[in-house]
Design a protein around this ligand. Structure first.
Ligand code: DX5
Ligand code: ZN
Length: 246
């Protein structure tokens, strides 16, 4: 894979909301390709976050695409409101949706990009039938609901599996990862086949500042060779690493 084509999607969940416009502008200067907006309802996940008015405000301050990660029990009921606010694409979860195909069709009918997200315990195989209808797949690399969580390494073989499904069933579909992405785990996720990286705390909570953190993440992805510092020992086992493309 051409590492230069990997897209960065900073998640504003960890941003300073008193300075949201400036933080998003800094992410844009640092090379953000889109802005990832996490919507939580306290029911689908044990946390609440933000709603469509934030998207409306963001729309006024950035031209970057706004992708909406719907961590809510009834995404269908809120699609119109978020489209009206200026959203460009939606990531809806496989878990808990009895009519996923209908939700995806509805998003496409609204003229927006459609992606399906799967949680760490959900196998890649559930995507097989819906994949031809998708623009994106989102593999959660933490359990959804909170920023600042550690990357779950057992999702790496699944990222690889999803990339094989995409190659077979829907070439060009984006493979995005979300959760615990930093300079080191970004390398692993890209080696496994991811081509869009969501990063929240490693960008917006970085002491280096938002723009500098974006540049660091980009250089880590382009870096030749693996940054082995602090790598989980079980990952150093040949059988895990040899399944990734370095
Ligand atoms: C978690 C959200 C993520 C979150 C990632 O449920 O979907 O987008 O912002 O945060 P970090 O990058 O801190 O793990
Ligand atoms: Zn997210």
């Amino acid at each position: 894979m051409d590492k230069g084509s990997v897209k960065l999607a900073p998640s504003i969940l960890s941003a300073d909301f008193a300075h949201l416009g400036e933080q998003v502008a800094a992410a844009e200067r640092g090379g953000a390709n889109r802005i990832h907006v996490d919507i939580m309802d306290g029911h689908f996940v044990p946390n609440i976050s933000m709603g469509a008015p934030i998207v409306q405000s963001l729309r006024r301050v950035t031209k970057l695409p706004l992708e909406i990660h719907m961590m809510i029990s009834d995404p269908d009921s809120f699609l119109d409101e978020f489209v009206e606010a200026g959203s460009d694409s939606f990531l809806v979860h496989w878990e808990g949706n009895n009519n996923l195909h209908r939700t995806v069709r509805r998003i496409k009918t609204l003229g927006k990009g459609a992606g399906v997200a799967i949680n760490p315990a959900t196998p890649a195989g559930v995507l097989e039938e819906i994949l031809p209808d998708l623009d994106q797949v989102l593999v959660m690399t933490v359990n959804p609901g909170f920023g600042h969580q550690p990357f779950i390494y057992s999702t790496l073989p699944k990222i690889r599996h999803v990339s094989q499904l995409i190659a077979r069933l829907k070439r060009g579909c984006e493979l995005e990862v979300d959760g615990g992405i930093d300079e080191r785990t970004a390398q692993l996720a890209v080696a496994a086949g991811a081509n869009v990286l969501v990063a929240g705390s490693s960008i917006f909570a970085s002491s280096a500042g938002v723009s500098a953190a974006m540049h660091r993440l980009r250089s880590a992805i382009n870096h030749e060779g693996l940054i082995l510092k602090d790598l989980e020992p079980s990952l150093l086992k040949k059988e895990v690493l040899c399944n990734l493309e370095w």
